[in-house]
Design a protein around this ligand. Structure first.
Ligand code: FES
Ligand SMILES: [Fe+2]
Length: 339
């Protein structure tokens, strides 16, 4: 049901402190805390003794103590103390998860720990580069993660859902170029000779016509980097007003998803008013997406099983991404099912 051999955003760096916090990721309950040296730790949030959530306990130096009968687990998940007896059964351990902390995100590997390859964590360096300014938001969407992936792979919805912020009719009038390379699906749209989107025009201090572009890169199954912006007509994209929209999509279960969102820009970087306007404006955009996808989830629940989507040419990225996701799921179930 979920691709587990992957890096998912588990939390923002600032969320994880010494006190344990609970997150459910791909239906796995997880507790996160920090050791004395600041290193983040992720363990399964269910005590080996009798199932109490460890996140309801406390951190003692570097170990996590269950709040029910005081079993203590170290950061590798091994039980190191049982207050009521000196013998510690071998089975007294909980699962520990590989983490990578980078650029303000904490990534978790939910599958086979031996396959966790740090080099697969997507590039998000704009978050910490002083030449860029960043706004972040987090939401819980009451919908399956696949709907968020589809939404990011087909930005023609901007013409309708985001009409007052980033939308305009010209978006759906331009087609997309789709490329697939392993787990990476790229959907590119060039919109030549158009005005800047209403939400950004003031911050960009621009007037007149530009080439606008969107290039969504979906690192299946968990992350989208949208490389967008405007540039002079016929000019290279790199010269323009650039935006990197980073979207960490982390399933909670089949009907709910964590959405970690970061928006980095290379213009008006020192303008606090611009950042404030974008915080509000981007929250509006995300709430528009959230409401639309939650309605779509409701719509799909009543759809008979013999009906399916009617995809059109603009959905090419969605179709290809679904194929990749299907292949990833099939590969995992082939390796996990008994021979
Ligand atoms: S359930 Fe955790 S110590 Fe008993
Ligand atoms: Fe949207």
């Amino acid at each position: 049901m979920f691709v587990l051999n992957a890096w998912y955003v588990a939390a923002w760096t600032v969320e994880v402190k010494r006190e344990p916090i609970r997150k459910v990721i791909c239906e796995i309950p997880i507790v996160l805390y920090r050791k004395l040296d600041g290193t983040a730790v992720a363990l399964e949030d269910r005590c080996a003794h009798r199932g109490y959530p460890l996140s309801a306990g406390r951190v003692v130096e570097d170990v996590l103590e269950c709040g029910y009968h005081g079993f203590q687990f170290d950061c590798s998940g091994v039980c190191v103390r049982i207050p009521a007896q000196s013998i510690i059964p071998q089975r007294a351990r909980v699962r520990a998860f590989p983490l990578v902390e980078k650029d303000g995100w904490i990534w978790i590997w939910t599958g086979d720990a031996g396959k966790a390859d740090e080099s697969l964590v997507p590039d998000t360096h704009w978050m910490t580069d002083p030449a860029w300014a960043t706004v972040t938001h987090s939401f819980q969407f009451e919908c399956r993660a696949d709907l968020i992936h589809d939404n990011l792979l087909d930005l023609t919805h901007e013409s309708f859902i985001h009409l007052t912020t980033v939308g305009d009719d010209y978006i759906y009038e331009h087609g997309v170029t789709v490329e697939v390379e392993g787990n990476l699906i790229s959907v590119d749209r060039l919109m030549p000779g158009v005005e800047a989107p209403p939400l950004y025009a003031k911050t960009m201090s621009t007037k007149g016509l530009y080439d606008r572009f969107h290039c969504t890169k979906f690192y299946a199954p968990s992350f989208h980097a949208l490389h967008s912006g405007i540039t002079g007509q016929g000019r290279p994209r790199d010269e323009g007003y650039l935006i990197k929209v980073m979207n960490g999509i982390t399933p909670i279960d089949a009907q709910r998803s964590h959405y970690y969102y970061a928006f980095s820009r290379n213009f008006g970087v020192d303008q606090a008013w611009a950042t404030e306007e974008l915080v509000d404006g981007l929250a509006t955009v995300l709430i528009e997406d959230k409401e639309a996808l939650e309605w779509q989830e409701i719509g799909l629940k009543s759809r008979p099983s013999n009906e399916s989507d009617v995809l059109i040419a603009q959905d090419e990225g969605i179709a290809k991404a679904r194929r990749v996701m299907g292949q990833l799921l099939a590969a995992e179930s082939a390796t996990s099912s008994p021979k």
